[in-house]
Ligand binder design. Structure first.
Ligand SMILES: Cc1ncc(COP(=O)(O)O)c(C=O)c1O
Length: 375
């Protein structure tokens, strides 16, 4: 059998990883500022993470959600504390799309409505409702097309107010910082407006924190910069440092009913052990502050460099918007300087490194990109 060929691949085979570095099968070392797409939050093969998963695997790796799993309770308590939302409720699942799918569905159960507001350039995943709320017709199959999603311009308060007047809105879903959309921040007053309109109309505010959450922005949820709470936060990528786990954190105003949501794999013992290890390291190593400090430093230094159109983002979610003539920089960083970065169309380099990246590693990258910007 062949692989179903859905990804254009770089001709690199990673065999080993530690901290912010990965090594290929020829022994070549790379600095990883991509983290496999914002997934590596506490660094590759962190010793505490490896130990906790290994120990758990010797006890029990999986049993279903039909029994009590104390590790889930421990995870809920820890996540509540680290995220500053201790009165919220946790539902565990397996991927970012699944988290958003459950968030949108739960909102509709809550208020009995169908209409969802999403925004231009949003990305929320590839499953049915999540992809319908994603602004990319190329990945929406005919079966996913629905009139229930209304796309509005990002950061446009007047359009938002108008949509609330015209439709019975169930939920508004928004990334605090658009990732695939090119690292674009939702404005604080826009998020505050979403909060007040959702309160006025009893709609549900869903903060997609799959990419911008889990401390990456310098706060646990990037939406926190606006000083208002969402009703549901979805999270995934950084949560398991590569172990597939995702979740929604749900406001106390939304009451659960048996069987309204469910999953086979979500919240299994091994996944909980991975997620607990991540939160323990985030706390012990003060990684949210490190994300802020190194992020501020990188953004400040990048803004001094020539030939960049714009530097955007917060903490360790940074977009470097380059002019068309510099469309080779990302490839040159990888093949000449051995640095992995991410990208967003048309020509934005995305930095999504581990939250424990050091200043020395940041400086290595700054030196490399400087040489590429001055051809
Ligand atoms: C903001 C956002 N939401 C949802 C998703 C979907 O997550 P997953 O690929 O784990 O389903 C992504 C993935 O890139 C994302 O960036």
């Amino acid at each position: 059998m062949k692989l179903f060929d859905v990804y254009p691949l770089n001709d690199i085979c990673i065999e080993k990883a530690a901290g912010s570095y990965v090594w290929d099968n020829k022994g070549e070392k790379y600095l990883d500022l991509y983290g496999g797409h914002a997934v590596i939050s506490i660094g590759h093969t962190h010793p505490h993470y490896v130990k906790r998963i290994e120990e758990q695997l010797h006890k029990v790796g999986f049993y279903s959600n039909s029994i009590k799993i104390p590790l889930q309770v421990e995870l809920a308590e820890k996540l509540g504390k680290v995220s500053g939302k201790e009165d919220y409720q946790l539902f565990l699942c397996n991927s970012g799309a699944e988290a958003n799918e459950n968030a949108l569905k739960l909102a509709s159960f809550y208020n009995g409505r169908k209409k969802i507001i999403a925004f231009k350039k949003a990305f929320h995943g590839r499953t049915s409702l999540a992809v319908a709320a994603t602004d990319n017709p190329n990945i929406v199959a005919p079966v996913n097309e629905t009139d229930n999603v209304i796309f509005l311009p990002f950061n446009n308060e007047a359009a938002l107010e108008e949509a609330f007047k015209q439709h019975q809105i169930s939920s508004v879903i928004i990334e605090g910082i658009q990732g695939v959309g090119g690292i674009v921040e939702a404005g604080a007053s826009f998020l505050q407006k979403i909060r007040s309109l959702c309160d006025e109309y009893n709609a549900v505010f869903i903060a997609d924190s799959v990419q911008c959450g889990y401390g990456r922005s310098g706060k646990f949820y990037s939406h926190d910069f606006a000083g208002v709470n969402a009703d549901i936060y979805s999270m995934a990528k950084g949560m398991g440092n590569g172990f597939p786990i995702s979740a929604i954190s749900i406001s106390p105003k939304i009451a659960p009913k048996h069987f309204m949501l469910g999953t086979t794999f979500g919240g299994n013992h091994l996944a909980c052990a991975a997620a607990l290890a991540v939160l323990e390291v985030i706390e012990q190593e003060d990684l949210i502050n490190n994300a802020k400090n190194i992020g501020d430093y990188l953004i400040e230094e990048l803004k001094k460099l020539p030939n960049i159109k714009e530097v955007r983002g917060k903490g360790l979610m940074i977009g470097i918007d380059l002019p068309d003539e510099l469309n080779m920089v990302k490839k040159d960083l990888l093949f000449k300087h051995k640095i992995f970065t991410g990208e967003a169309k048309p020509n934005v380099i995305r930095l999504l490194p581990a939250l424990n990246i050091t200043k020395t590693e940041a400086d290595f990258f700054l030196q490399a990109i400087k040489t590429e910007l001055n051809p």
